[in-house]
Design a protein around this ligand. Sequence first.
Ligand SMILES: C[S@@+](CC[C@H](N)C(=O)[O-])C[C@H]1O[C@@H](n2cnc3c(N)ncnc32)[C@H](O)[C@@H]1O
Length: 362
Amino acid sequence: MVADETHREAGLVNMQANALAELDLYLPSMTLNDYLCDVVPIHPLLVSTLDFGRPDADKALRELTSTTTEFDSDVTGRGDSYRRAQRDSSVRWTGIRQLLEIASESATEPGPPSQPRTVLDVLGGDGTLARAVREQATDLSDRVSILTGDLSGEMVERALAQGLPAVRQAANHLFLGDCAVDAVLLAYGTHHIAPQHRLGAVTEALRIVRPGGRVIVHDFDTASPMAQFFTGVVHPHTEAGHDYPHFSRELLTELFDEAGTPADVVDLYDPLIVRGATEEDVRRRMCDYVADMYGVRAFFDTLGGNDTCWRLLEQYFTHEEYLASLPDRVDYTPHPIVYPAHGAYVAEVPRSALVAIAKKVA
Ligand SMILES: C[S@@+](CC[C@H](N)C(=O)[O-])C[C@H]1O[C@@H](n2cnc3c(N)ncnc32)[C@H](O)[C@@H]1O
């Protein structure tokens, strides 16, 4: 596709700050122009959904290109180690699968039901969810087609390097057209969206989803063991800290009410699951995964070994009290366990997430 045509398709033709497309680096090694000419045309999902010509797009682009996030690299926070942990897409598959099943049930028109539902993964990182579908469930890849979004240029560039369609954008200003996708997912990091931008993020999600489509917001309850781990371990033991307010059932409900589309808020079992040859092996692998995912390796190294690290996980991820406080009875695994399965061993660290599901009406 020639440059002018790509620009027109992506709504850039009338963009006031067209010069910005040439000058600033939209991705670490690419201007917006490069992205539009060299990347967009090879991904039909980008061609059919992007719109950089919306009001204030130039302002949003300027903000974006001057943003550094803790997920860029280990120098700015925990980007490299986070991506290292995500190489194994099976660990969070239980939760990811349930979220994508919910997204795939979006009943939008037009399009035959046999066509995959297009899902924007707003906080998509380097494409963990898209990769997980590819690696863990070919049946789901017939039903969902994922577009990875992220604030971090490093994350987006790495998603693109794996052949995944991806766009750099902030959750509260999406470079997608109205009614462009079948479902929108904000998950695994929604607490990173600043409180003053959360309503904007939900409003944007509702704008770009088709009527009948679902907007799904996933996060961990402030009172949950996961949030306590962030407060008690991640925040004090990482350079970037983790001072991000999590959600509550009430806050999620209010957010969608304020956006004008009510949501159901449900609980979701979202464990970390690691497989290995021996009990010792799976405990070590789990400690390794958590160390990288949450950027706490230096702290874990001071604990004196995997047994102490595992005991710390047992201390933080014990869910009995939290599960008893839920409005409905659930049969989640209540605390970290190691068990034999199919001639190997499994380590399972439970996590209970909150999920708001809203359906856009016409
Ligand atoms: C915990 S990571 C999750 C990545 C991926 N979904 C996964 O599960 O591996 C959170 C991601 O959200 C991105 N992020 C944080 N704030 C954002 C915002 N306001 N808009 C878009 N992305 C954001 C970060 O750059 C980061 O890649």
